[in-house]
Design a protein around this ligand. Structure first.
Ligand SMILES: Cc1cc2nc3c(=O)[nH]c(=O)nc-3n(C[C@H](O)[C@H](O)[C@H](O)COP(=O)(O)OP(=O)(O)OC[C@H]3O[C@@H](n4cnc5c(N)ncnc54)[C@H](O)[C@@H]3O)c2cc1C
Length: 456
């Protein structure tokens, strides 16, 4: 019998007599652990499965701007972010001999203003993992292989708490398990997306460039400085952030889509060597270092564009849903904001996925669109193809510090990024009852249809 509204209200507040909703998150990058943080606080029981045998702490420095910095503050992590800040001082363009052509404050390079900050992706991943590891079950070295879901039939969800509704999940290594909801936070090449929505090809738009990032010895003796070297169709950077014993290298190059296995790093290194063969400055040294490092990252600058991010009990988050490519500089911020919104909407809807997923999308769509537009523009500009365009850019950068209106120019550069970074107004969701059980909806009545399988 359906619960009366009084009983339902009691259920929402008591939190003791009912089972907690279970959520499986695929991917322990940034989006996954950030969502785990919030869901645990709202009383969900969370499992995170990560394909890698341990936390992947590689990657370049990532910006936390606009709405994302507000989310970090609401997570209680602002102080940690300040402590982990890259604290970059300057950025400079150099010529082929390493001579600095134009030097600017790091904030201008990063389009950061006010409270915005920048951290190493790996530091952020470690921070989020450390924050959640004792409250959340992490399973490393495994991956989902199939999901079979019972449809949701009632407006408030159909879970009866009798163990028969939900998503039956099979894994590469572990035994099958059942969860109320599954979240794909498994990045650009998401397995959950493939299983629930079909092949990656349907949703991926290549922005015409590839990017690689990895650690290198700090041979240039850099201290919180980033050096860029532009060549037609290519951009290289070496920098060292505060407290990092090594420097980081970044190589980006223009290219149509390349055929390679995104897990075959040997092939990716070969592609990088081919693209930069014969180039000067620090490039030979970076190419030499690439095979030795274990934090090697290589991927296309690609957008994931989808009409819907959820299907039944399965929902996508972060890059899996709406990758904006490294060109946007916003992927990490979007992952943090998306996690806040998705968890908040689930809590606000008492765990009803139909209502929560629809509101999550409605809240996020405009923000994602603004950042996708930013990515398209920056991907083009990052690797300009002609020498005269590069010369013109260097000339303008060289003159900028002497221009009386330099502050206005800097503001204009930052404004575009800021508009996208702030293109969402964060709602205030129900205050998390620390470690309490989440509200469960009233039981649905009527027959429950059979399971739906997501073909692998
Ligand atoms: C090692 C690494 C380095 C990166 N470096 C940069 C960088 O230098 N610059 C940049 O702009 N962006 C980088 N990114 C991407 C950036 O982290 C994301 O754009 C952004 O932070 C959004 O985070 P996300 O959690 O959605 O995705 P990601 O941070 O990509 O995390 C996805 C996680 O899912 C895991 N995963 C993948 N497939 C499965 C599966 N089948 N089952 C379980 N787990 C799975 C991955 O191992 C990863 O840990 C990097 C990502 C990774 C994984």
């Amino acid at each position: 019998m359906p619960a009366s509204s009084d009983t339902a209200a009691q259920l929402r507040t008591s939190g003791t007599a009912r089972a907690r909703r279970t959520v499986l998150i695929s991917g322990a990058g940034v989006a996954g652990p950030a969502l785990a943080h919030w869901l645990h606080r709202y009383g969900f029981t969370v499992t995170v499965v990560e394909r890698a045998p341990q936390l992947r702490a590689g990657g370049y420095k990532v910006d936390i701007r606009g709405a994302a910095i507000d989310v970090v503050e609401r997570m209680g992590l602002l102080e940690d972010i300040r402590r982990l800040s890259t604290d970059m001082r300057t950025g400079a363009y150099v010529d082929g001999d390493g001579k600095r052509i134009a030097t600017l404050p790091a904030e201008i390079f990063g389009g950061r203003t006010g409270r915005d900050d920048e951290v190493m992706r790996g530091d952020l991943a470690r921070l989020l993992y450390a924050r959640t590891r004792s409250d959340v079950e992490y399973v490393f070295g495994d991956s989902i292989t199939s999901m079979t879901s019972t449809p949701i039939t009632a407006p408030a969800g159909d879970d009866r708490g009798d163990g028969t509704s939900g998503v039956e999940v099979a894994f590469e290594r572990g035994a099958p398990r059942r969860f109320d909801l599954v979240v794909g936070a498994d990045g650009l090449h998401s397995t959950v997306r493939r299983l629930a929505f079909g092949p990656e090809e349907r949703y991926l738009r290549h922005l015409g460039a590839y990017i690689s990032a990895f650690s290198v010895p700090n041979a240039l003796g850099l201290d919180r400085e980033e050096l860029y070297h532009a060549l037609p169709g290519k951009l290289t950077c070496v920098y060292r952030s505060a407290g990092d014993p090594t420097a980081k290298g970044m190589l980006a190059f223009r290219s149509p889509r390349l055929a390679y296995d995104h897990r075959d790093t040997g092939h990716q290194r070969a592609l990088l060597k081919r693209a930069f063969a014969g180039d000067g400055w620090q490039i030979p040294r970076l190419l030499e270092a690439a095979p030795e490092v274990d934090d090697f990252y290589f991927d296309g600058m690609q957008l994931i564009e989808m009409d819907h991010w959820s299907r039944g009990r399965v929902v996508l988050l972060g890059d899996a849903a709406h990758c904006a490519s490294p060109a946007s500089g916003q992927g990490t911020g979007m992952a943090l904001v998306g996690a806040y919104v998705l968890a908040g909407e689930l809590a606000a809807a008492d765990g009803d996925p139909t209502a929560a997923f629809a509101r999550y999308e409605a809240e996020m769509r405009g923000y994602v669109a603004a950042n996708h537009a930013l990515a398209e523009k920056f991907a083009r500009e990052m690797t300009v193809t002609s020498r005269w365009q590069i010369r013109l850019r260097m000339l303008m950068l060289r003159m900028l510090p002497y221009m009386p209106w330099k502050d206005a120019v800097a503001k204009k550069i930052a404004e575009e990024v800021q508009r996208a970074a702030q293109a969402i107004t964060l709602k205030d969701y129900p205050a998390p009852a620390a470690h309490g059980a989440t509200a469960r909806p009233a039981a649905a009545s009527g027959p429950r249809p059979g399971p739906r399988a997501y073909a692998a």
